[in-house]
Design a protein around this ligand. Sequence first.
Ligand SMILES: Cc1cc2nc3c(=O)[nH]c(=O)nc-3n(C[C@H](O)[C@H](O)[C@H](O)COP(=O)(O)OP(=O)(O)OC[C@H]3O[C@@H](n4cnc5c(N)ncnc54)[C@H](O)[C@@H]3O)c2cc1C
Length: 462
Amino acid sequence: MSPKLFSSRARVAARLTAPSSIITAQASPFIRNFATASSVSPTSRNHRVVVVGGGSAGLSISHQLLRSGKFVQGDIAVIDPAEWHHYQPGWTLVGGGLKTKEELRRPLSSLIDPKINFYHDTVGAFSPEDNSVMLGNGDKLNYEQLVVAPGVSISYGSVKGLPEALADKHSLVSSIYGYDHCDKVFRTVQRLQKGRAIFTQPAGVIKCAGAPQKIMWLALDHWKRAGLYDPSGSGIQISFATGLPVMFGVPKYSAALEQLRKERGVEGLFQHDLVAVEGNTATFARPNGQEQVTKQFDLLHVVPKMGPHAFVKNSALANQAGYVDVDDGTTRHNKYPNVWSAGDASSLPTSKTAAAITAEAPVLVRNLLQSLEGKEPDAVYDGYTSCPLLTEYGKVILAEFKYNGEPKETFGNWFGIDQAAPRRAFYHLKKDFFPWVYYNSMVTGRWGGPNIVPGWRSRNNS
Ligand SMILES: Cc1cc2nc3c(=O)[nH]c(=O)nc-3n(C[C@H](O)[C@H](O)[C@H](O)COP(=O)(O)OP(=O)(O)OC[C@H]3O[C@@H](n4cnc5c(N)ncnc54)[C@H](O)[C@@H]3O)c2cc1C
């Protein structure tokens, strides 16, 4: 059955009751008139666009929609249970001792425009046939258009013994993949004076597939500068244990990273997928029925497995892998035409990064607006994503590519330079410019994506 889109404001208003969980909500005049009319529980409320998740994607999209000038107060709602919004790409910098984790976060409510209704709650279930979502408190939100962007969940339990090892202050086991642990990483790097350091990357999809080795290159550089590391293997030895068969998914950058690995004397343990940590022993699964491998370590940096949230995976919106099943080009749901997705939760077959969202969001917004006007989507996402690969303090390889791992380099195109070569200018983009532009332009909906030069939107109708 195709979704029944409701467009009549009268029908919308008839179902309105008092809000129970809105923080910044100043409902539209229309909503306000009816909001006090009754207070039956559970509540049912209505918005033209409901956005699930106030992360990088949800904030970018909801604010770009607002800036289109086509919505009034209360038309758009964002649902998210988080108190804080984190600039997650900065956690690698925290792991390298370059930033504090506190400076990279903001109260989520402070990032949401007052014209957008913010429901500080979880989404528990989707009813796409009914054009509604159910909140954790039992309330129901009806929508004309739904944007699903709750990111992915990190499964620390996917590695046996990992939660305990991370929580142990005295262990040299850490991870940049989480607010709670990312500041432990640099402390472990500083404490190690000699022995074996292992950096892991799981098989399967993760966010920012370059981050597991970025933190390794920073640690290597730290130890080198401290006189504790040289490629001949004295002092500290380093292994990169990855579930993948190569250093990176895009051949051009993988070749450059493989060359660095060899030059710098880093052992490559390919197709080694960490499954357990016990004391100072790490156990790795191997493909094709090969026997598990155990390795002793003195320092272990772990990247756990990741995957779709259960409430997405178990919903009618999911594809077989559990991600929101959208068209690779339009970002529109393959079955429900008034449902859209971008960011980590989506099925878009590209590397899951905030950079990808800068290109996905304008396409989704354009197509959703077209859809509201009864027109067909005409904007197409080409899979653009980017990964600034820190290779040492002061240098970055700026990987930029689109679907099928095809490079799509901004500076290569403008200045004819090879972005696979580590450069100081890219380092300042990663360390200083990107965090700044993220909070000032991206999540505020002013960043129009990599295809627009200079990139910022000048129009502000909100
Ligand atoms: C260590 C690390 C390094 C990274 N490095 C880079 C990098 O260098 N460059 C880059 O571009 N990207 C990088 N990324 C990836 C980038 O941070 C993510 O791809 C991006 O944040 C994804 O945005 P999102 O909106 O899809 O998900 P998120 O930003 O994770 O937001 C999801 C939101 O949904 C909310 N949510 C969850 N469940 C529910 C629910 N049931 N109901 C309602 N809301 C819910 C969450 O609270 C959260 O606020 C890195 C990530 C990490 C962890």
